[in-house]
Write a protein that binds this ligand. Structure first.
Ligand code: N01
Length: 556
């Protein structure tokens, strides 16, 4: 292919604002997508609304922010040089270090020239005659592209709660998912935190160290496991690096969640009480997400799940000295793990501090926010600053913000009004040549995101190369394949306990959002196999057409 020929064979010389591929977002997904597509010789433009690369790690700068997947695994595997040369400092990298890593990748692979920062994609229209997308950005410009790839992230659309009086509050209001770039110092200030999900559980212990007083407003208590974070030694890093081929292979092909760990071989009720307790103790001491993989049925069987949930509830009761606070902090309305499990450093112990107070807003919902206080249960809690750790419009929120119009002018928001519909989480029927990285219907947020990102990017790149090599220029999910996949995703979810929780996985945190379990829970390894099989069968379930040759001839 000549340098001037696109994947679709169109010449780009006449119009420099025509690309083979537009990628939306320069987080870990968008950056790797750009790298792979450039290696195919394609022209690519990446648009990023943030002021720099890094996606979720660019925005989530709240105190205590770090990854809950261990650094040596929460990192790209596509370049062995990269994984051998980068030194992670701690078991769980803090946000500034992950952002430095993202910037290092952008520089090392010379990605920046193809990334337009501070530029939001507002609209994308599919032109059925030209078989291309017209993409409009926040600077008022329009470009065209054969393909568009949404690398918009699953948790990047911060959700502002709708609480009466919030706009009247006179102090500073911060959202954990949209934290300012300058250092915020809460020293001597009375701070209120709303929410008790992962972001709050990470930030509360750090804010408590600074603030003169901290009030945490809790609607739903959450399960959290100690991180046991620590500095990584050079020896530990080297031991890990030496095993990388096996670790990465296992994470991709065998694991359920993209994490290298022992696979459980029995259920929680197959062990006697003492043995089970010893295993939970061992995982609690080890710390981290693998607590949930001690047995193979914690997500499936309520009685099994109760044993793990009871163990954690007991731990909370042991740690928290005030019995009423301990009672409130013990989760009681969802099976453990059915909301994203949190990983903390001293979260529960923080409530033993004299300057920290927990307020139950489940029994006493917010009445209103006053200029200097939060009023609930007839009491005013005076504060100088408010931290909203209220989460995200997850999985679909960032996609929904773009006005995407496919065939017949149908918008993606119209199509997804009753819940997202995709084939394999990768494409949606009626929206040709539009790919989604870690979209709803794929393991995405149930996995180590970088493993899932790399799998999707590789699959999409291979698919575009397949089309180019056969003179095909349009690809689209077939409606029946999509319907079957949506039914399968739903069916698998309902064999588990997950739908029992009012979680953001279900869209339950956004008033009016359809309540559908969005990620695919079948496991990272099995899902990859399904995607590989689909590709091996000539992209079964997708319609591919080309101006030059129909698909059957092309594939033969
Ligand atoms: O958000 P959340 P998050 N009034 O949705 C409460 C990832 N993450 O930002 O549960 C009062 O979990 C809400 O209450 P309830 C991770 O995947 C990863 O903490 O709806 N309260 C809940 O307590 C995580 O799961 C890392 O009753 C309101 C909280 O706000 C995901 O991001 C670190 C309210 C929101 O919790 C989201 O976590 C941090 C209202 N109007 C996050 N609205 C890593 O380590 C909401 N709440 C990689």
């Amino acid at each position: 292919m000549s340098a001037l020929q696109s994947a679709s064979g169109k010449s780009h010389a006449a119009n420099p604002k025509t690309y083979d591929v537009v990628v939306v977002g320069a987080g870990f997904a968008g950056m790797y997508m750009l790298h792979r597509l450039r290696r195919l010789g394609l022209s690519v433009r990446v648009y990023e609304q943030g002021g720099d690369v890094g996606g979720t790690w660019y925005w989530n700068r709240y105190p205590g922010a770090r990854c809950d997947v261990e650094s040596m695994q929460y990192s790209y595997s596509f370049s062995d040089e990269l994984q051998q040369e980068w030194d992670w400092s701690e078991r769980y990298a803090p946000q500034p270090e992950i952002l430095r890593y993202a910037n290092h990748v952008a520089d090392r692979f010379k990605l920046r020239p193809d990334i337009a920062l501070n530029t939001r994609v507002d609209r994308a229209d599919f032109d059925e005659h030209a078989n291309s997308w017209s993409v409009t950005t926040s600077d008022g410009k329009t470009v065209t592209a054969t393909y568009i790839v949404l690398a918009t992230g699953c948790l990047s659309n911060a959700r502002m709660p709708d609480i009466k009086g919030l706009s009247d509050f006179k102090g500073k209001v911060y959202h954990t998912g949209h934290w300012p770039h300058e250092r915020i110092d809460f020293t001597g200030r009375r701070v209120g935190v709303i929410g008790t999900g992962s972001s709050a559980i990470q930030s509360v212990p750090v804010i408590a160290e600074q603030a003169s007083h901290l009030t945490v407003f809790q609607r739903t208590a959450n399960f959290s496991i100690p991180a046991r974070n620590a500095a990584l030694t050079e020896q530990e890093r080297q031991a890990f690096r030496a095993k990388y081929p096996e670790i990465r292979r296992f994470a991709r092909e065998e694991s359920r969640n993209g994490i290298y760990t022992e696979m459980p071989d029995k259920g929680a009720l197959d062990d006697g009480d003492n043995e089970r307790r010893a295993k939970y103790e061992q995982r609690w001491s080890r710390g981290g997400l693998t607590f949930m993989s001690v047995y193979n049925n914690l997500a499936l069987d309520k009685a099994a799940n109760d044993t793990a949930a009871d163990f954690v509830r007991e731990k909370i009761a042991e740690i928290v000295r005030d019995p009423e606070t301990a009672r409130l902090l013990r989760p009681n309305n969802h099976p453990i793990g059915t909301k994203r499990i949190c990983i903390d450093t001293d979260y529960f112990a923080t409530f033993n501090r004299p300057n920290v107070m927990l307020v139950d807003i489940k029994s006493n919902p917010f009445e209103e926010i006053l200029p200097n206080a939060v009023r609930t249960g007839g009491k005013d809690y005076e504060i100088d600053a408010l931290v909203l750790a209220t989460g995200f419009d997850a999985m679909t929120g960032s996609v929904a913000k773009i006005d995407i119009r496919g065939r017949n002018g149908q918008t993606l928001n119209q199509k997804w009004a009753e819940g997202p519909k995709t084939y394999l989480g990768l494409m949606s029927a009626g929206f040709p040549n539009l790919f989604i990285i870690t979209g709803p219907g794929s393991p995405s947020v149930l996995s180590n995101m970088i493993v899932s990102i790399e799998q999707h990017v590789d699959w999409i790149s291979d698919c575009i190369a397949f089309m180019r090599d056969r003179g095909l220029d349009t690809m689209e999910a077939k409606k029946d394949a999509e319907d079957n996949w949506v039914a399968h995703v739903n069916e698998v979810a309902h064999t588990t306990l997950y739908p029992q929780a009012n979680s953001w996985y279900m869209g339950a945190n956004i008033p009016g959002k359809p309540q559908i379990f969005m990620p695919y829970i079948g496991g990272v390894g099995p899902y990859r196999q399904i995607c590989n099989d689909v590709a091996a069968k000539g992209y079964e379930g997708f319609a591919m057409t080309g101006a030059e040759r129909p698909r059957k001839m092309a594939a033969s």
